[in-house]
Design a binder for this molecule. Structure first.
Ligand SMILES: [Zn+2]
Ligand SMILES: [Zn+2]
Length: 116
């Protein structure tokens, strides 16, 4: 017997994508291939430190360097644990200071970068 293939819940247009087939029964996803792909693509990759509400500063916490572009500064987790996103664990560091930090501060670890 043939099961009716459902229509995508997202676009209400295409048939849903096949999820898997088990014991001759086809299981479908709730969305079509197209919407499934779009969803994956749109999924924002948010750095962990951004979830804490931390905003990368325009000046370096170490030397006071004032950046012209955000890419000149990077966020560090000073205890080296990327999952520790308390504001007290985060520092905005310029690329010059990154070099110094890498040599002097053993625990500091660069946080996830923002994808522009
Ligand atoms: Zn769809
Ligand atoms: Zn600096």
């Amino acid at each position: 017997m043939l099961l009716q293939r459902p229509i995508c819940k997202h676009c209400n247009k295409n048939h849903t994508a096949i999820n898997y087939i088990r014991n001759g029964v086809t299981h479908y996803r709730s969305t079509c291939d197209e919407c499934g792909r779009k969803k994956n693509k749109l999924k924002p990759r948010q750095p962990s430190w951004q979830k804490s509400g931390y905003k990368k500063k325009a000046t370096c916490d170490l030397c006071g360097f004032h950046s012209k572009y955000p890419s000149q500064l990077t966020v560090f987790h000073i205890d080296g644990k990327l999952e520790h996103i308390e504001l007290s664990n985060l520092r905005t560091i310029c690329l010059n200071c990154v070099e110094i930090v890498k040599k002097t501060e053993v625990t500091w670890k660069r946080g996830d970068l923002i994808v522009d």
